[in-house]
Design a protein around this ligand. Structure first.
Ligand code: PEP
Length: 258
């Protein structure tokens, strides 16, 4: 399966950073065996997509309603209108700070898919859950309850849905699970996807996220059922991000175009 390497810029990015986006997009063109995307702050989407029209620019969240009295929120249609082709939903920082439930995340994923956006749906456990030995069961249930269903999902799974496994304790900390722990979790998530979608569940990409860097990406991408990465801190500069894209290309055996 073609790997997807997506950057999550979180609350980083001003006009002055458009050059960095352009540098990432330009260099990514050389790795045709890897899908590359950057999810930038909503207010930067239009400028970024104009600067790099052939490159995937995404949002970091979306409201589940089409429109209405939701001050400060952004609909899927607005993201598309601004030039986004994908969005993250259910990032742990939003599940925590904005108290988003699995039901909210499911509704957001359904709204985004119905509108034609691709979706990166995040799940992941806290350190407490990891230490209790319940990580696989907890994240499996979280995925099951967050997955899009119905008409919205029918047209968009598997092509436009990706799941990102992001252990909360690994985000921005420099710590990562062991490769065996990643393999165990991704295998369990794959089984949940097949239960939910049948054979189409085999084609949904499962990304790993949490302290991915150029120095550990190759080892992570070689783990079975790791179909790419969601990258925070190391996606902010071309110098940090491109080695991760290169590692994905190398594992895929696609290398860099001459
Ligand atoms: C993220 O927040 O999605 C993330 C993976 O962050 P980092 O790569 O900085 O750990």
């Amino acid at each position: 399966m073609k790997k997807l390497v997506a950057g999550n810029w979180k609350m980083h990015g001003l006009s002055a950073d458009l050059g960095e986006i352009k540098a990432i997009a330009d260099a990514s063109r050389g790795y045709s065996g890897v899908d590359v995307a950057l999810c930038v702050p909503a207010i930067l989407i239009e400028r970024a997509s104009r600067a790099v029209p052939d490159f995937a620019i995404g949002g970091q969240d979306v409201h589940f309603a089409e429109k209405g009295a939701h001050t400060g929120c952004i609909s899927a249609k607005m993201l598309l209108d601004a030039g986004a082709t994908l969005t993250i939903v259910g990032h742990s920082e939003r599940r925590d700070a904005q108290r988003e439930s699995d039901a909210d995340v499911k509704a957001k994923a359904e709204a985004a898919l119905s509108c034609g956006l691709a979706v990166i749906l995040c799940v992941g456990e806290s350190l407490e859950v990891r230490e209790s030995g319940e990580a696989v069961a907890t994240v499996g249930t979280q995925l099951e309850e967050s997955l899009p269903h119905g008409e919205a999902a029918a047209g968009g799974v598997p092509e436009r849905l990706a799941v990102a496994y992001e252990p909360i304790w690994a985000i921005g900390t420099g710590k990562i699970p062991t490769m065996d722990e990643i393999a165990e979790m991704h295998d369990a998530l794959r089984q949940r996807l097949v239960t939910a979608y049948g054979p189409a569940g085999q084609q949904v990409r499962i990304l790993y996220g949490g302290s991915v860097k150029g120095s550990n990406a190759g080892e992570i991408f070689a783990v079975p059922n790791v179909d790419g990465a969601l990258v925070g801190g190391a996606s902010l500069t071309a110098a940090d991000f491109l080695p991760i894209v290169a590692a994905a290309a190398e594992v895929e055996g696609s290398g860099k175009a001459a």
